[in-house]
Write a protein that binds this ligand. Structure first.
Ligand code: ADP
Ligand code: MG
Length: 701
């Protein structure tokens, strides 16, 4: 049996022992040797240089100083206790400060007074005086023995400080591990190491902790980032291979009357090349007895609904039912309407099931669903309820994925004897790096082409000073027969205020666009579903020219005659939301406009968002910018950000490394799915050691 010495518990490291081990476990989750090695420094101090107090100009850097403590004072100011030591180096004086100093630290400090010491830490400036808060202190002798060059600084906690586990002690323990000469096995195949000129694993670990210079540090970082992405992808992709082998579903081998009749006689438009390609990809998946798990990405307005419908017809051709689930009632209703309309005379039974469908209407729907009389059901979360039982559900389509969690996706599986095929459609594009890491276990189809004849939407940003001009512009568009959305933010914390904004806005618009010449509608989340629907329908039928609304209209709403989208306080919206909202116009043949109203001075991030919106209509490009501005965790919502906890890699900055690692893993798994080749032995051992639980590879170990 293969034993890895890096799995030894941390207490056996020289200088650790059981007491410290306990603290390290509790505070930093460090249990084993390898955990300590993976506790990378979060910054480095340049120990090749001593600064003098006189030359300090800025607080930007971490510095080290040589000198003496000349006095110590304990100060009690109300609740805040601090200890301040005066430190001199012959060129000046600065303060060393501790808040809530421990007894142990206080004694040590007393002991250090008037001795030649080395102090290092980050400078702070208080009222023009420099100070180092919670500095690290060493004797000159110790400092001489410390590694020269870039000196590692590890993240710490108050408890660690209290227990006397200083930065220097952690650093000594790391050194002690290296001194044991445990071999750090390479885990990436030799040919890749050579091809990408990667630093060896052992060298990288030594260098990340004790870099001799910045160039080597960079190389070590790159190597460790590659490794991190490499095994993440291996875990995702091997999971995918296993799912395919394990998760059976019903093969849809027939393309029959439903599909062909619709395709040949009912298509309302020529499909775009991208739509055709994606449908082909889906058809191929559905043919196989393995369950389809596919993510369909396409920009706003790229025509995902048509792809959904054609996929459902394939299910029907094979004698199965299909379900389409949407995040809001409005959207479910709209899918229902447009699908019923597209199907026209065809003999397909479609029903809509949402929370507001009455019990009386619900019962026959549930019955027909169970008997198999219904072919397609469209709805909201209501479809996930236990009372919703199918005769034979063969395909589930989930629209606007990001509002559904993984758990909800799984609920659908239990609604059929064999789990249905799953197609997930996103509302807006997700950056490639994110979809690779977050949905690495799904196959991905991309619609990267908009239907022909769409004019790009013109986007402008305006302030309140342009208000009258804006009203004139709206009047002109309405005269041409167009319709206008005016959208207000609605954010939960300040719901009351937001609602007031919305109402004030509505009043101001009705004042400028009075009856009987104009009609203005209003839609918001506090309305009953019935009233919302009523207002939406009025707008859709063109009975109102202006619709004042909150973001309830964000997702998917389709009124091709609307050509102006005005977004109030646009700086308060996220980028993907702005893009979604903009996507409500530009759906007809007319030139459309998106006006971003901004109030007051913008912070640099909102500024960048607004600029990005004005620069491009490309959702894929905006998604990339959004990722850079917000970071991955924020972008996908905290509940899903767990997989994005990287040790060192950063998917926004290290895209190239991610892509390279991904390609390598794909290649390896294609030729050696069980990692049985002798040149893959180390990689396999490492993978099983570290990912076995996650991947469920028990059968191969
Ligand atoms: P999304 O991908 O945002 O869900 P939709 O499916 O709602 O987009 O499609 C947006 C609009 O484009 C709809 O009005 C739809 O009928 C139309 N559409 C879809 N595909 C095509 C096409 N190939 N040619 C012309 N219009 C299309
Ligand atoms: Mg849609």
């Amino acid at each position: 049996m293969y034993r890895n010495p890096l799995k030894k518990t941390i207490e056996y490291v020289k200088g650790c022992g059981p007491e410290r081990a306990k603290t390290l476990q509790a505070e930093l989750g460090i249990f084993r040797y390898e955990d300590l090695l993976n506790h990378f420094p979060f910054r480095y101090v340049d120990r090749s240089k001593y600064y003098s107090i006189r030359e300090i100009r800025s607080t930007a850097a971490e510095i080290q100083l040589k000198g003496q403590i000349v006095s110590i004072q304990d100060i009690n100011q109300g609740k805040v206790k601090r200890t301040v030591a005066k430190f001199q180096d012959g060129t000046g004086t600065l303060e060393l400060t501790w808040f809530k100093i421990t007894k142990w630290q206080r004694e040590k400090l007393q002991n250090d007074i008037f001795k030649e010491i080395v102090v290092y830490g980050k400078l702070k400036e208080f009222n023009g005086n420099y100070s180092i808060v919670h500095p690290e202190i060493e004797t000159i002798e110790d400092a001489k023995q410390a590694p020269q060059g870039l000196f590692p600084v590890y993240s710490s906690t108050e408890k660690l400080q209290k227990k006397g586990i200083s930065n220097r002690i952690i650093q000594k323990m790391v050194t002690a591990i290296f001194d044991e000469h445990i071999k750090i096995e390479e885990n990436i195949p030799q040919n890749l190491i050579q091809h990408f000129k990667l630093m060896s694993r052992e060298q990288a670990y030594k260098t990340i902790h004790f870099p001799p210079n910045l160039d080597d540090l960079k190389q070590a970082e790159n190597r460790l980032k590659f490794e991190e992405f490499f095994f993440l992808n291996m875990s995702m992709l091997s999971q995918k291979i296993q799912n395919k082998a394990k998760n059976k579903s019903n093969p849809f081998q027939l393309i029959g009357d439903y599909f062909n009749t619709f395709y040949n006689h009912h298509l309302p438009f020529e499909l775009t090349g991208a739509q055709k390609r994606v449908i082909k990809e889906i058809r191929l998946d559905l043919k196989h007895p393995a369950q389809m798990n596919r993510l369909l990405q396409g920009d706003v307005g790229s025509g995902k609904t048509m792809v959904a419908l054609l996929s459902m017809l394939i299910a029907l051709d094979n004698g199965f039912q299909a379900a389409l689930i949407a995040p809001t009632e409005i959207l479910a209703q709209q899918h229902y309407n447009s699908i019923v309309e597209m199907l026209g005379e065809m003999n397909v039974e479609v029903a809509l099931l949402t929370g507001s469908v009455t019990k009386k209407k619900r019962e026959p729907i549930l019955e027909n669903l169970l008997s198999g009389k219904l072919h397609i059901i469209i709805g909201t979360h209501a479809l996930l309820e236990d009372t919703v039982q199918f005769h034979n559900l063969g395909l589930s389509i989930i629209d606007e994925q990001h509002r559904f969690g993984v758990a909800q996706r799984a609920k659908f599986w239990r609604k059929a004897k064999l789990p249905p095929h799953i197609l997930v459609m996103t509302a807006t594009p997700i950056p490639r790096t994110l979809s690779m890491t977050m949905y690495g276990d799904l196959d991905v189809s991309i619609i990267d082409e908009l239907p022909q004849g769409r004019k790009p939407i013109k986007t402008l940003s305006k302030t309140d000073a342009h208000r009258l001009q804006l009203f004139d512009f709206m009047k002109k568009e309405i005269e041409k027969g167009r319709q206008v959305y005016v959208v207000y933010p609605l954010i939960e914390e300040s719901e009351k205020l937001d609602l007031k904004d919305l109402m004030d806005g509505f009043e101001s618009v009705t004042r400028h666009f009075p009856l009987p010449q104009y009609a203005v509608g209003i839609v918001h989340g506090k309305q009953k579903a019935k009233d919302k629907e009523f207002e939406m329908q009025r707008f859709k039928r063109g009975e109102t020219q202006i619709l004042v609304a909150t973001t309830v209209i964000e997702v998917g709403v389709n009124v091709p005659n609307a050509s102006v989208m005005i977004i109030e306080n646009s700086e308060r919206f996220g980028l993907s939301q702005l893009h979604q909202l903009r996507g409500r116009v530009g759906r007809g043949a007319e030139q459309s406009y998106c006006i971003l109203m901004v109030g007051g001075k913008l912070n640099p991030i909102s500024q960048r968002r607004i600029e990005a919106m004005c620069e491009t209509n490309d959702g894929f490009q905006l998604a990339e910018i959004d990722l850079e501005l917000r970071g991955p965790g924020d972008m996908m919502g905290t509940q899903q950000s767990g997989v994005l906890d990287f040790k060192i890699a950063d998917i926004t900055k290290d895209k190239k490394i991610l892509q390279a690692a991904r390609t390598c893993v794909e290649h390896i798994l294609k030729h050696d799915p069980n990692l049985m080749l002798p040149e893959h032995l180390n990689m396999r051992n490492f993978f099983i050691d570290n990912f076995k639980e996650k991947v469920g590879w028990s059968q191969i170990s």
